[in-house]
Design a protein around this ligand. Sequence first.
Ligand SMILES: C[S@@+](CC[C@H](N)C(=O)[O-])C[C@H]1O[C@@H](n2cnc3c(N)ncnc32)[C@H](O)[C@@H]1O
Length: 296
Amino acid sequence: MTIRLEQQVEQVANALNSAGLCFGHGTDNAFDEAAWLVLEACELDPSGDEVPWDQVLTARQQASVQALLERRIQTGEPLAYLVNRAWFAGHDFFVDPRAIVPRSHIGEWIPDRFSPWRVERPAASILDLCTGSGCIAVALALAFPEAQIDASDISASALEVAQANVARYEVQERVRLLQGDLFEGLGQARYDLIVCNPPYVSDEIMNTLPGEYRHEPALAFAGGSSGLDFINRLLDQAGDHLTKSGLLVVEAGSARDALEAAWPRTPFTWLMSENGEAVVFAIEATELVSSNHPKT
Ligand SMILES: C[S@@+](CC[C@H](N)C(=O)[O-])C[C@H]1O[C@@H](n2cnc3c(N)ncnc32)[C@H](O)[C@@H]1O
């Protein structure tokens, strides 16, 4: 049967919608995911600006699309894992279930070097805490060519994925991967910039996560009863690891309200994402040391 790429994408989008899947791992709707799926299956460049919508698909391409679509629907796995690829901050990364699929809002500010929050300030040393696949660390290395970057995670498996991405972008001279809990293993080091996309999902929300999320490591999400187990520890300790003019940037996601309630005197600056959400905060080292956790 003759079918053009555009028609194939529409068919796949309908099938994805009917299957009741969740789109939150690189796309946020069935059409975008269908386009990605079809382009990957047809071995066409999914990152290209010019999508060949009128191209007629070969029988082999159509069979590849059906096979990938069936895997996506039957397994419920995020498409990124099925094709071992995800985009983040304008770059594509190797991914597999050892680390979560890159999608942090933080990626929106990396190419512009967190402008205007840290314009003209030195960034000799950067820490990517909770590095997972290494997507933030590598994107930072590419945006801050002058910086040395430490990237840390408690999960040895996630660090294997990070290692693959560091090697892929040939930034191993400037990105050091470390395993440890929070700041463990980093000694007395201080950083000009600390970036962190931590686990922040509360126990209640953990129980309602869609099937796709259950293919990802629970360690990447689980933030305890209010989602703040990790972030509370981070805020208590980050001041000891920032330079005087340092900046901390953290994604708090669904834990934002709980965070503001728990830290009412801390002047978080919430950054507005392209989708209108404000779940990433920035805070200066000076503001951090002068505010205290009220509940400790
Ligand atoms: C939400 S994921 C972020 C991964 C990656 N930075 C990204 O944005 O895609 C959180 C990461 O924190 C790591 N993690 C969880 N608890 C940790 C801890 N106590 N210390 C260090 N890393 C931890 C998990 O292994 C996971 O890779």
